[in-house]
Design a protein around this ligand. Structure first.
Ligand code: ADP
Ligand code: MG
Length: 310
């Protein structure tokens, strides 16, 4: 668990992070949102001490992050930025191996880990291990950036607008991959974004920053139904809030027993997607199918609409 305690950062007379306190649970995804210049990146960088706080402190599992030299701390914390920051003259495998090398892992262990990560990120080792970053697509480079950050099995991964440069389809795929990885490795993730849909899709909890202050820190549904402040309500999008609420529940979670002759959606689809399917097909109900394509229940228009209300 990470404890951020009264954390502040001043540059000259400007307070860019102002007395922020929050608890980040293990194995969770925390998303930090806010307008440009609200202090998101500075907050994130104070967790791994790329920026030294002016006041307050950060504890990881109860231990003050200042108890060890910053460069050693950073080897234990993965960090991913927009634009990936890959070393252009090193191969994909060498890029991924950066931190394990610093940690003096033996060659066989490094090779095995690089191979595992390439598989996880669907980059065929025979094709990609010896390739250079410029030979990869943007989406592939982005995956290598995340693989590199995860190479030394960090318990904590910090990501600063990691998907900002990706087009929408690749971006959705990268978000799905991240959710998979979080399940597989149990990594605690703190991710900065200014994309509210991304925040709602990925966040177990969402922190809303404005002018250096933390306005609200809650699960996505609570931000929508109980915004702490008019700014939070504006940011979460009043016109979108019912749809966003629907996107937080899956068809599988909301389905009731029964069959439907209407269109079918997978149990993993969100209620927002199920509603869209109903509207598109002019149907009154949808069949909900499990991962093997077997009927698992049904959803009616009324059931879905009831879930879009606070
Ligand atoms: P965000 O990531 O939310 O866009 P940042 O944390 O990058 O915001 O920046 C917050 C504010 O702090 C901005 O006004 C920015 O100009 C200022 N700032 C960030 N880094 C520095 C720095 N090294 N020196 C002076 N001001 C800075
Ligand atoms: Mg930033």
């Amino acid at each position: 668990m990470i404890t951020v305690e009264n954390l502040s950062k001043q540059y000259g007379a400007a307070t860019v992070v102002d007395d922020v306190s929050m608890q980040i649970e293990r194995n969770s995804i925390t998303v930090v949102v806010g307008t440009s210049g609200s202090g998101k990146s500075t907050l994130l960088r104070m967790i791994n001490r790329l920026v030294e706080p002016s006041g307050g402190r950060v504890l990881i599992d109860g231990k003050d992050t200042r108890a060890e030299p910053a460069h050693l701390l950073r080897r234990r914390i993965g960090y991913v930025i927009q634009g990936h920051g890959l070393f252009p003259h090193r191969t994909v495998a060498e890029n991924i191996a950066t931190v394990p090398r610093l940690l003096d892992w033996d060659a066989a262990r490094i090779r095995a880990r690089v191979e595992e990560l390439l598989q996880v990120f669907q980059l065929e080792p025979a094709t990609y291990a010896e390739a250079f970053p410029h030979q990869l697509s943007g989406g592939q480079q982005q995956r290598v950036g995340v693989a590199r950050a995860l190479a030394a099995e960090p318990a904590l991964l910090l990501m600063d607008e990691p998907f900002g440069a990706l087009d929408p389809i690749i971006r959705a795929k990268a978000q799905d991959d991240l959710l998979d990885i979080q399940c597989r490795f149990g990594t605690t993730i703190v991710l900065v974004t200014h994309d509210m849909d991304e925040a709602f899709r990925l966040g177990d909890r969402v922190a809303v920053m404005s002018e250096g202050r933390l306005l609200q820190y809650d699960p996505p549904a609570a931000l929508l139904t109980r915004p702490a402040d008019p700014f939070v309500a504006r940011l979460t999008g009043q016109a979108e809030r019912a749809m966003r609420l629907l996107s937080l529940t899956t068809a599988g979670e909301a389905a009731v027993p029964g069959s439907s002759t209407g269109p079918a959606v997978p149990a993993s689809a969100t209620l927002r997607e199920a509603l869209s399917e109903l509207l598109w097909c002019g149907a009154e109900s949808v069949a909900v199918l499990d991962a093997e394509g077997r009927p698992r229940g049904r959803l009616t228009l009324d059931l879905i609409l009831a879930r879009g209300r606070p």
